[in-house]
Design a protein around this ligand. Structure first.
Ligand code: ZN
Length: 185
């Protein structure tokens, strides 16, 4: 049985944070390593996950909510399946295979813009999980796409940076226009 008072307490712990959009200069910042995984780190990751779910999105880097730390959250569960949150602290890419695959990407910091990007089909990654435990594994498919996209955020790189200047400028203008309309509305 669900203890409603407990559930309510749990919910108040989490905060939906505003997601920064282009051309906010914070998004171009390089994120810093997390020295130690603490309750504060976990609280930040909880907030990130809730913010991502609400957006809704499948991946979010801490810098996207204005915290330039090497932290990523993801949930690649299919619609209708149980949530499957994943947490990545200080992720590193150890190995990539040469084979590249195109995938139509989008980004919560570049809302309503989608374009095809080529990325390595498989990458070997190392990171610390929610509890600070080190994990080394291969990512492939959507997992490989998403982790490479999110890890780019930690270097201040956005997926539109891979597009032509014309397409990139058009994307930024589209987001700025939508933001202005939102403010006005
Ligand atoms: Zn993104």
């Amino acid at each position: 049985m669900l203890d409603e008072s407990l559930a309510a307490t749990y919910i108040t712990f989490m905060t939906i944070r505003p997601i920064l959009t282009v051309p906010n200069p914070v998004l171009k910042q390089c994120s810093k390593p997390v020295a130690e995984v603490t309750d504060e780190t976990r609280r930040l990751m909880d907030d990130m996950l809730e913010t991502m779910y609400l957006a809704p999105g499948i991946g979010l880097a801490a810098v996207q909510i204005g915290v330039p730390l090497n932290i990523i959250v993801m949930d690649l569960a299919k619609e209708g399946d149980d949530p499957k949150p994943q947490y990545f602290i200080n992720p590193q890419i150890l190995e990539v295979i040469e084979e590249k695959r195109p995938y139509e990407e989008g980004c919560l910091s570049v809302p309503d813009v989608f374009d095809e990007i080529d990325r390595s089909a498989r990458v070997k990654i190392r990171y610390q999980d929610y509890n600070g435990i080190e994990v080394t594994e291969w990512a492939e498919g959507l997992y490989a796409v998403c982790i490479q996209h999110e890890m780019d955020h930690l270097k201040g790189v956005l997926f539109i940076d891979y597009l032509s200047r014309l397409k990139r400028n058009r994307a930024v203008k589209k987001v700025q226009k939508a933001e202005k309309l939102k403010e006005a509305g």
